[in-house]
Design a protein around this ligand. Structure first.
Ligand SMILES: Cc1ncc(COP(=O)(O)O)c(C=O)c1O
Length: 434
């Protein structure tokens, strides 16, 4: 078969596969608690203006309790480090540090914020750390563990630490895919022994940990399969090298159990359909279910006991981001203009979330001024000069008019930290006080 035939064959298979529909009852159950908080949220918008982020610290702390309890039951002693890239607002980090979590940072900028919260347990991961960033880590070595990303970085870190005559606690990141885009992260598993041997020559680095991270996990299968591969490697490590490993950091990547909510255009069938018929719009929204956190914890715990702990006696670290922060920030907007029954413009642009998220991801837009459990069709556009500036294609309400206050819930993860200074001002963040 030539390539076009293979593509046509695959496309036909995809078109026949319908994604699971997100049921009305599920969305209504999700928005009902926000409707109960309606007056509080309207008062909030009156007090602070719009567009604005609402930070609900109580929800964040509830999630932190839930996360740590569920994981501790399966993996006693596990320590969680909040991944600041998912939301870099200092109040979020401070709140989680006061709760007792550590922080996972991926740049000098995040490290400065983390140090500013008084955090004493910081992991510094990420590729391509600049010397100035390594130096900041070394200067704060009593609080920071550096997760080294490559052989080159091992040498650079030794150089920086030697200049300050400091010994740095470190781990090494392992790549979970030796082929493809994810090989940008870490070293191949096959190089682990070499890496540890090389590090033994460096007097200013105490290499005592391993890290990996897999992403966008609706189930624990990626984490589990990498742990099994890692176990095989660890079984072959020489005695002292295995003894030197004090911690294993299993990264983050836990999807909130609500699952992934998508517009038709983001489903496999929708992507193909839209290429052929760009204006087609499907009213349904779709849901890819995610396993509850309990399943992640149980399966990862079992795999650790079976495949890792027989070879190394170590602490387990994890770096959750999205799961912790997603539901504790929301966006509030005001309708500025109504250009047709089915088209309104609001005062905030999607620059405040930094990407064209709502072209693919479905989130309900709730009209707090005129609420209802009925969803009506209407283009909800932002006020940037681009047609991609869209918040949604429907809203929950009994009508929509200029001056109405709209809410887009659960915008805590990979929004605030991706915000862009583009045309319109950025939205401030204020705490919700009940
Ligand atoms: C190294 C590392 N750890 C943790 C995370 C957090 O992932 P998530 O927000 O999906 O939990 C990321 C996200 O990209 C990451 O790169």
């Amino acid at each position: 078969m030539n390539n076009s035939r293979i593509v046509l064959h695959k496309a036909a298979e995809i078109l026949e596969n319908v994604s699971p529909v997100l049921e009305d009852e599920v969305v209504c159950a999700y928005i009902s608690p926000f409707l109960e908080q309606k007056q509080l949220l309207l008062d909030f918008s009156l007090c602070y203006g719009t567009p604005v982020y609402v930070f609900d610290e109580d929800v964040l702390l509830e999630r932190a309790v839930q996360f740590t309890t569920v994981f501790a039951q399966e993996i006693p002693g596990i320590r969680a480090f909040f991944a600041m890239k998912s939301n870099n607002h200092p109040a979020v980090a401070k709140s989680l540090v006061e709760f007792g979590l550590g922080l996972d940072v991926s740049s000098g900028l995040e490290l400065e914020t983390a140090l500013g919260t008084g955090c004493r347990h910081i992991l510094f991961s990420g590729p391509g750390k600049a010397e100035a960033e390594l130096d900041l880590a070394v200067a704060n070595a009593e609080a920071v563990t550096v997760l080294i990303d490559s052989f080159g970085e091992l040498e650079r870190l030794e150089g920086v630490a030697r200049l300050r005559d400091v010994v740095v606690r470190a781990g090494v990141r392992l790549t979970t895919e030796e082929k493809g885009m994810w090989r940008k992260f870490g070293i191949p598993l096959a190089e682990l022994e070499n890496f540890m041997t090389r590090a033994e020559n460096f007097k200013h680095i105490r290499l005592c940990g391993l890290q990996f991270h897999t992403s966008w996990n609706l189930t624990p299968s990626s984490q589990v399969s990498f742990l099994i591969r890692l176990g095989k490697r660890l079984a072959a490590l020489k005695g002292q090298q295995a003894k030197n490993i004090e911690f294993l950091d299993i990264g983050g990547g836990y999807w909130p159990s609500r699952g992934e909510w998508l517009h038709f255009s983001a489903t496999p069938k929708g992507r193909i359909t839209q290429m052929a018929l760009p204006d087609i719009r499907q009213p349904e929204r779709y849901r890819y279910p995610a396993e509850p956190l309990e399943i992640f914890a149980r399966e990862i715990g079992q795999t650790l006991r079976q495949h890792i702990f027989p070879y190394i006696n170590c602490e387990v670290f994890t770096e959750p981001g999205r799961w912790l922060i997603n539901d504790s920030m929301h966006i509030i907007l005001t309708v500025v203009d109504k250009k047709a029954e089915d088209l309104v413009i609001v005062d905030g642009g999607t620059n405040i979330v930094g990407w064209e998220r709502f072209e693919t991801d479905y989130f309900p837009v709730i009209n707090l001024s005129n609420p209802s459990l009925v969803e009506r069709n209407c283009f909800i556009f932002g006020s940037l000069c681009t047609p991609h500036d869209v918040w949604g294609y429907n809203y929950f309400g009994d009508g929509i008019e200029p001056g109405d206050i709209l809410m887009v819930p659960s915008q805590g993860a990979y929004t605030y930290s991706l915000r862009q200074s583009f045309i319109k001002p950025l939205a401030p963040v204020f705490p919700l006080k009940s």
